[in-house]
Design a protein around this ligand. Sequence first.
Ligand code: OOG
Ligand code: MG
Length: 261
Amino acid sequence: MSLANNELNLHALAELVDNAAHKAQAIAQLSAQGESLSLEQAYKVQDLSVARRISRGEKQVGIKMGFTSRAKMIQMGVEDMIWGPLTDQMFIEEGGEVSLERFIHPRVEPEIAFLLNKPLSGNVTLAEAMAAVEAVAPALEVIDSRYDNFKFSLEDVVADNCSSSGFTIGAWQAPDANLANLGMVMEFDGKAVQIGSSAAILGNPYRSLAAAARVAGEAGKTLPAGSIVLAGASTAAQAMTPNTHVRLVCEGLGVAEFNIK
Ligand code: OOG
Ligand code: MG
């Protein structure tokens, strides 16, 4: 089946990925099903699937950037930065518990989160991006591709809301720290499983924030004050295992942690 460029098919694909996420049941990659989506169509599917979440009562609380580090691009075999909305349903209380049953084949990755105190949209300088930050925090993101074997094309993963599934945020810090090169160690039960630096995130996580403003602007959107922005993982993601304490220790920013059951 080849994809006709009409709304109806995009709605059907949005329903497909949304149901897969909602029921935690994997589906074949859209590209493997003969659906050749353009990147623009993929973002439209993402938009429509997020609209389904909103209609179920979820609220958008921010956005996440993806593939902002070489480590992630290499792990997943893609070359471009992506982005997608975060909703309140994805929020994992810091130090709380998360059940593997909610997911298909979840992975966790170390991130840095920003909290905005001013709206951001369009082309902004690094200084403007920094001036819009109320607070910064270490964060962990749970990603769970809805596709079989966690395999996808760039368009597939965009349509699947960039694998977004969960996130937890450590204690917010004043944004006065220099974020350009902070050591980031992600531990499972106290043992380091991924080690990196915030420098891996576009050379400086604030660049990811500026990129978030730009892509939001290109999509005709604004990141409102109060938004959370996840800058993207600094290392490869790690498969989640049962009964595990996950902790990110980020130099100068502190920790973010949760328990997998
Ligand atoms: C897509 C999401 C990428 C990141 O931080 O780079 C991402 C995926 O890897 O499944 O969240
Ligand atoms: Mg991520």
